[in-house]
Design a protein around this ligand. Structure first.
Ligand code: ARG
Length: 425
């Protein structure tokens, strides 16, 4: 014990902070996501992991002081805050779907998560919400990233997704005698409250539940509601008591409307949202996290990856309709998140959805705001991320082409700084 204490003391002695790690970034163009405008020739002072000031060359160089600092010349680039994705599954491999997934152990999924976290960060996505992982692998992935063991985005982890027996968040691939049941399955208001408490206990920072059937699950109907209003209300109330936000997976109208009435913070997919659903989301302030890119991957690569034929058939019904409803929601001015369901398609391609969002009704600025300031608010992290502003985390990316002129520039970002550390240049 004494030895242990001594070595702890020694470790602490080494942890005494060194001189601040300081950088000055010269941004030729800088996107102000908070006000939806572009500023020219901004200088950004980064100290350790934080943006400590933004201003003119003279002011920032004076603020940087006498200590040596790194000068990062992005005068030929458009600079913007790190992007975020409100719906990913880092521990999932897009080439392993359907029955192939039964061979994947939780440790193997965690290793896949390490690789995918790296890919996601290199794509300029410095924060993600991981909406479901087996065995809380996403919680540990985030812990390893925060400890500096591996590179990756900041992860708002959901841990286990909560769902009804036989629902989209269960695993229905095996017959009865295997007694297979996913970790987040619970039925009844008190049972779902207990699941929320357990998720909180093991480190979840957001609660995800399944409010309808899904495309990729066996034997579920996308249009059919899962959980009663009482169960949804119990999940949302318990989560909110614990200070956690709630994301509902919901394609069909009834599940969407009931979940909105229960008070969810975001609706994932929202494929068949009606005008009444859009009005309800506007009223409650809930965000829509509509993954309108992924359909193209599912229908072109899905079969090869093991996606079941019944799922492909469902996707043929969902994809186009979802884009049409996205357009209606965009027109109505609902809070839009940027959520893609990465993991169904390959991680690191998160930026591909920007083009779809602008094709289906958002301006390039609005699409960028969805992936930055809107997501920040949805995650409850608006003090830390979502814009380049004094006091926020130094999560900064840059592209050589102006994404407001060509949104596809965000599919291949040139520079990534995450929490003050340059990880791609
Ligand atoms: N995870 C979702 C589900 O299985 C994917 C839906 C993808 N399709 C779509 N059009 N967004 O339901």
């Amino acid at each position: 014990m004494k030895r242990l204490l001594l070595s702890c003391a020694a470790a602490l002695a080494f942890a005494v902070p060194a001189a601040a790690q300081t950088s000055v970034i010269h941004a030729g163009k800088m996107i102000d996501t908070q006000r939806g405008r572009v500023l020219q020739n901004q200088y950004i002072l980064v100290e350790n992991d934080t943006i400590s000031a933004i201003g003119s060359e003279g002011a920032i160089k004076r603020a940087a002081g006498q200590e040596p600092y790194d000068f990062i010349d992005l005068s030929e680039y458009t600079v913007l805050p790190g992007l975020s994705d409100s719906h990913v599954h880092l521990t999932s491999d897009a080439s392993v779907h359907g029955y192939k997934r039964l061979t994947v152990s939780t440790p193997r999924a965690a290793i896949t998560g390490v690789v995918n976290a790296q890919k996601t960060l290199m794509a300029g996505f410095t924060t993600v919400r991981n909406l479901g992982a087996p065995g809380f692998a996403d919680v540990d992935l985030n812990a390893a990233i925060e400890a500096g063991q591996i590179n990756g985005p900041r992860i708002v982890a959901a841990g286990r997704s909560i769902g009804i027996t036989g629902g989209h968040c269960d695993n229905n691939l095996l017959p009865f005698e295997y007694k297979k049941k996913s970790g987040g399955v619970a039925d009844g208001p008190w049972a779902v409250r207990a699941k929320v408490r357990e998720n909180n206990k093991y480190g979840a920072k957001v609660i995800k539940f399944c409010g309808t059937g899904g495309v990729l699950s066996k034997g579920t109907k996308v249009g059919a509601q899962q959980f009663s209003f009482e169960e949804m209300k119990a999940i949302v109330d318990e989560a909110h008591l614990l200070g956690l936000k709630v994301a509902v997976h919901a394609h069909g109208e009834d599940g969407i409307n009931t979940a909105l009435r229960a008070g969810v913070d975001s609706v994932e997919h929202a494929s068949f949202i009606t005008d009444a659903g859009i009005a309800a989301a506007k009223k409650s302030g809930a965000y829509l996290s509509m993954d309108i890119y992924v359909s193209d991957y599912i229908l072109s690569e899905g079969e090869e990856a093991g996606i079941l034929e019944e799922s492909l058939a469902k996707e043929r019904m969902v994809g186009k309709k979802q884009r049409e409803r996205f357009r209606a929601a965009a027109k109505a001015g609902v809070n839009m998140a940027y959520g893609t369901d990465a993991g169904v398609y390959p991680h690191g391609q998160n930026g591909r959805q920007f083009k779809y969002m602008t094709d289906w009704g958002l301006t390039p600025m609005q699409a960028i705001q969805a992936a930055t300031i809107n997501n920040a608010r949805l995650f409850g992290l608006e003090k830390t991320i979502g814009s380049i502003a004094q006091g926020k985390s130094a999560d900064i990316i840059a592209v050589s082409e102006n994404p407001l002129e060509n949104i596809r520039a965000l599919e291949d970002v040139d520079f990534v700084m995450a929490r003050g550390k340059v990880v791609k240049k």
